[in-house]
Design a protein around this ligand. Structure first.
Ligand code: 1HN
Length: 359
């Protein structure tokens, strides 16, 4: 099929050039060089952001049985982490859900411990099922419940343990594809199995998450000091905001997980959000340059991405590609959507854009 050329195209037949001047191409390659004109059209062809990935939906009713079956195949200890990763069909063979983000469903069975380690990629967990298992971050345990957003910044020791009698399942997000691109992915195992508990559970929340900060604390880290942003608190914030303000026509009532000491994203490479779509909400279409992954917390509805309609209910996950026009529609009860993307990274680089029909 003939491609539509735009006026800045390289109008040469590169195959013909190559055939006519094999010596030149060989000498160029032998000198560790390559002619840009061979590659220029793939660059100049793209006049819009994207594509790099596909819209996708992971129904929890499909995912959960496989996650539970993985529990029969391998233990958390054997696997290091027992996870089924989300493979975006447009990004195969990369294990990635967006161009910069990896995500997966992790299972920790009753009595299991996923051993302590640390690595350069930053991570979060968004809790889907179960209640009362813990993640320990640098010696501070937090007990986790559905809807909690739990942060394990780059190079912090972390292990997970489940002392309850129910399986725990959560969604992990890591900036692993990004650290891969940067050549900065590395990993260390804790010499023992579990990091010693050095702080009481919830220590970071009372020290840094209450609007007061201990005297003498110097905050230089790029990450939030708070380990767990509990659903109890974020849900209360959403409910109160939705009572006192009109929903945004595109996003409903949407708020962002931030570092309380700086107001920046909790994790600079993994911006995270939570939004309430009031019952019957019919979102206006909009698009952004950040590919966004959603996890449905409450309610049901659908998201229209161009001609594709993704129908969702609690615990489903779906991905909206870069620059894809989309709108959210809530059914007849309030819906709550958690989401994450590399928006903060794009904003810092001056690359983030949004197009919305409403000012
Ligand atoms: C990891 O450390 C966890 O700590 C989960 O729970 C998923 C995927 C790739 C590399 C490290 C965890 C991971 C991971």
């Amino acid at each position: 099929m003939a491609t539509k050329l735009n006026p800045r195209h390289v109008h040469v037949d590169t195959a013909e050039l190559k055939e006519a001047h094999p010596g030149f191409y060989r000498d160029v390659q032998d000198t560790k060089l390559w002619p840009l004109w061979e590659e220029m059209n793939q660059f100049a062809n793209r006049t819009e952001p994207g594509p790099g990935m596909a819209p996708a939906l992971w129904r929890y009713s499909d995912v959960r049985p496989l996650v539970m079956r993985s529990g029969d195949l391998i233990s958390a200890e054997e696997a290091e982490r027992r996870v089924l990763a989300l493979m975006n069909p447009g990004l195969k063979p990369n294990m990635a859900v967006t161009p910069t983000i990896y995500a997966g469903y992790q299972l920790v069975m009753p009595g299991e411990v996923a051993p302590s380690h640390r690595h350069s990629p930053a991570a979060f967990r968004f809790i889907l099922e179960g209640g009362g298992a813990y993640t320990a971050v640098n010696g501070e345990r937090t007990y986790m419940y559905p809807g909690d957003f739990v942060v394990t910044p780059s190079r912090t020791w972390h292990d997970h343990g489940n002392e309850t009698d129910e399986p725990m399942i959560w969604l992990d997000g890591l900036d692993w594809p990004l650290t891969n691109k940067l050549g900065l992915t590395y990993f260390e195992a804790w010499p023992g199995f579990q990091h010693p508990e050095t702080k009481p559970p919830g220590d970071s929340s009372v020290r840094y998450g209450m609007g007061v900060v201990p005297l003498g604390h110097e905050h230089r880290a790029a990450y939030t000091p708070v380990v767990n942003y509990t659903y109890e608190r974020t849900r209360e914030a959403l409910a109160a905001m939705s009572r006192s303000s009109d929903p945004d026509p595109c996003h409903g009532v949407k708020t962002r997980y931030t570092n309380p000491l700086t107001g920046d994203d909790a994790i600079p490479t993994l911006s995270a959000f939570i939004q309430l779509l009031p019952a019957g909400f019919h979102g206006a279409p909009c698009r952004q340059t950040d590919a966004c992954v959603y996890s449905v917390v409450e309610g049901s509805g659908r998201t229209e991405i161009g001609d594709i309609v993704l129908e969702w209910e609690p615990k489903d996950t779906f991905a909206v590609p870069i620059w894809a026009r989309h709108r959210h529609i809530a059914a007849d009860e309030d819906a709550v959507l958690f989401s994450f993307s590399d928006r903060g990274l794009q904003e810092k680089l001056g690359l983030w854009r949004e197009q919305r029909p409403h000012p």
